[in-house]
Design a protein around this ligand. Structure first.
Ligand code: ZN
Length: 468
């Protein structure tokens, strides 16, 4: 759309990290046409419809560099379980769900993402073709990938790590189908990546096929890395290496790869990943739920690695990711040089915007407010208690921001939320259906997998057997 947002504060995240007061942003079609002085742009764009931006901060749309929207089905349950939840719950639940049910929960994740100021989601998951449409319909910018494995993730919780070529072939076929149907779809708003699920469930042959596929299609790649003690033990047993060293041995590391988590990476792993130019999708809020998060954040930062922020599971709240990420980095496990209050808020906001764009090879298109870039914008209501008093806006936003301050969200020059009304989703209907789907899916998952226990205190809601 054509629009002139007038008299706003503009947090550009450009190379100079300019924050402009009483500025305007001109949008022509799906791109930013101009940014600057309000009076000048009023004259330059006389026919553009106006939006009064007074009291608003306009930010580049937040980029969630790693999430799994379907796993909203597990919200409020497995966060409080001890031990492995990846293979005990997250894998079974995705197989338990129908295509429609995945679509409902993915849409719920997208709704929360929009309300949390995200404009881009990076989603690696299983069965992506079954819910890509539900995500695309929400108007968000997407990078989608089928999370491939050739070791059956439903059997790993029973200690079975055998390679299953037929199982792996299904993922490779789904990846090809996803790329064919969705890469460049919706006027280029939806793109694809190539994803290995994790080092402990991908054989060398699978990693090689995925690298070949990425080269053939010219796509960036993603993978989980060193996210659990179980993964470390399995990779050590199979290959005698750390997960990072295993991926390197198979030629999988490179600047087109973004790895999520790095929770149990050693200093040697970090040096290796830095040397290969690998990007990090840091998911501090999710990773910290299981207790103190031991990621060597300071060391990773000091190694000059491109760090993007993601929410990972059961939440799409990028404000929470920024806040907890800031605290975690300042906690500074593994920092090579003495403390100090570091990173500063702008560096954390960079992680949630321009660094995320860089992991996707999309830094020329998104991640900052500059003429010629896509009009992906998050508008924040500064007249909120958490935002006042206001002297250093980026500090306010990173330390105290929350989804409640998000006023409007635009993707590709179209509003997906305007003045707090989400325009692309029937919100009450979706919330009701997501509740029904979640209850149904939990009941089905527990019935199909007798070794799994229901979350405590949910028998009345789920009508399940009591906890074992
Ligand atoms: Zn993940």
């Amino acid at each position: 759309m054509d629009l002139l947002i007038t008299g706003a504060m503009v947090v550009t995240c450009d190379d100079a990290r300019r924050v402009l007061d009483n500025a305007s942003v001109a949008i022509s079609g799906e791109r930013i046409a101009a940014v600057g002085d309000a009076a000048g742009l009023e004259r330059e764009f006389p026919r553009h419809p106006r939006m009064d931006g007074r009291g608003l901060a306009v930010l580049p749309g937040l980029v969630n560099a790693h999430t799994h929207t379907v796993l909203t089905a597990l919200r409020g349950t497995v966060e409080d379980f001890d031990g492995d939840i990846i293979y005990r719950y997250m894998s079974p639940v995705s197989y338990t769900m129908s295509d429609h049910e995945r679509g409902v929960m993915a849409a719920l994740g997208c709704l929360e993402a929009i309300r949390s100021g995200a404009t881009t989601l990076v989603e690696p998951f299983r069965h992506l073709p079954s819910f890509a449409g539900a995500m695309a319909d929400t108007g968000l910018r997407l990078w989608l990938s089928e999370s491939c494995a050739d070791i059956d993730t439903r059997k790993i919780r029973f200690g079975d790590y055998s390679i299953d070529e037929a199982f792996g072939r299904v993922f490779l076929e789904r990846t090809e189908a996803l790329v064919e149907a969705w890469h460049g779809a919706r006027d280029g708003r939806v793109k694809c990546q190539i994803a290995a699920h994790a080092p402990d469930n991908c054989s060398p042959a699978m990693l090689h096929r995925l690298s070949e596929m990425a080269r053939r299609h010219g796509l960036t790649r993603t993978c989980h890395l060193a996210q659990s003690p179980g993964e470390l033990a399995a990779v050590k047993a199979a290959h005698g290496l750390t997960p990072a060293a295993y991926l390197d041995r198979e030629g999988f590391l490179g600047p087109d790869l973004t790895c999520a988590h790095w929770t149990f990476c050693t200093p040697d792993d970090i040096a290796l990943l830095a040397a290969r130019g690998v990007n990090m999708a840091h998911t501090p809020a999710n990773s910290s739920r299981k207790g103190p998060h031991g990621v060597l954040a300071g060391l990773i930062q000091d190694a000059g690695i491109n760090i993007a922020l993601g929410t990972d599971n059961m939440t799409e709240d990028m404000f929470q990711a920024m806040k907890i990420g800031m605290i975690l980095h300042r906690g500074g496990l593994g920092r090579a040089r003495p403390g100090g209050v570091d990173p500063q808020p702008q560096a954390v906001l960079d992680m949630a915007t321009r660094n995320g764009a860089r992991t996707l090879g999309a830094e020329a298109e998104i991640g900052s407010i500059e003429p010629g870039k896509k009009a992906d914008l998050t508008m924040i209501d500064l007249d909120q208690p958490a935002m006042r008093p206001l002297l250093r806006p980026v500090s306010n936003i990173v330390h105290y921001g929350h989804p409640g301050i998000v006023h409007s969200v635009m993707v590709d020059g179209s509003f997906v939320m305007r003045e707090r009304k989400v325009l692309t989703i029937d919100e009450p209907a979706l919330l009701a259906e997501a509740q029904a789907v979640t209850e149904r899916v939990w009941r089905r998952m527990l019935a199909d997998n007798p070794d799994l226990t229901p979350p405590p205190d949910t028998e009345a809601r789920l009508g399940t057997r009591g906890a074992a």
